[in-house]
Design a protein around this ligand. Sequence first.
Ligand SMILES: [Zn+2]
Length: 354
Amino acid sequence: MTEKLLLLKYILAFLVCSSFLQIVNNSPIRNVTPTKMVRTHENPWIEHWEIKKQRAISSWSYTDPEAWQHSFPTCGSNLQSPINIETASLSAYPKFYFGNYGNIDRMTVTNNGHTVLFSLPSSIPAESIPFITGGGLSNRYNFVQFHFHWGNDSSHGSEHRIKSKKYSAELHLVHYNTKYGSFSEATKYDDGLAVLGVLIKVGKKINSPFRAVVDQLNEVDEDGDETTLVNLISFKDLLPSRTTTFFRYSGSFTTPGCEEIIIWTVFDDSITISESQLSKFRLLKGRDSLTLVNNYRPVQSLSGRTVTYRSHSGCHITINWSHISSPIVDIYQYSTCVFSFYANSFLTILGVNL
Ligand SMILES: [Zn+2]
């Protein structure tokens, strides 16, 4: 009898201990030990966190841009884009040089649920990649992709505003600083990317070069769709006719995570497309099959930043004269600069290369 009681006690003790060990084993505290976090993602707590993070990355929307900063703290920082450009100080930047901005064949078009994105075919030879130099940029910046922002009607849609004026849409041509070797490496530096912002108005005439951009949009009408363009796209024809005047400021991506690594150029001259061309963008569907419209971020605070402006001639006159530079010297230098600009323009028209 005593032996049976003893055996029963052992069994009970075993059961109690094993259930205790099971509780410990399932404890969330045990599951977040640092060694396990580093070694593997099998941990349910980490997996939960990863899934939540992934969901946050992919599930941001334009319905509440103010909420982006909860999942992406940089979105609440001080060097954010876009901005409303009210005033700017003159700066003597050189002109832009647009390399390989001619016809590009077989571009890839992707609907990523937030915009429609045009990127280079992987087969493009390195020497044919479009790039920009000059314009006050310290290096050569290679083209990566361009995409658009638009509204549900033509009274709004642009991200940047000039003197509070909203445009119907905006084109962003994204380039990376080649001194960093690749786009992903460049995104780690504050001079990593240069984006050209082209404001788009709506007019009566069809914009012919823009046909190649809109003709196949119906092939990417769902989130995740991708197609290859049949027609060539001329980058030059997507730019405004005057690229010698532009605004410049330091800012950020206008989508999460809002990294502050972009040298922004916003041309004050705009391009014009027809209402029917712009309406093709409004037929696209984004996340959760909702109509993809109003995919622009509201303007952000300047927070003490200075916007600079390149005038047509690239010449500027110093306004705050100090004791070491007299107004006469500055006016002389300015006049010489303007004279040489117009002399060069005249010789260019005549086909004379200096
Ligand atoms: Zn953009």
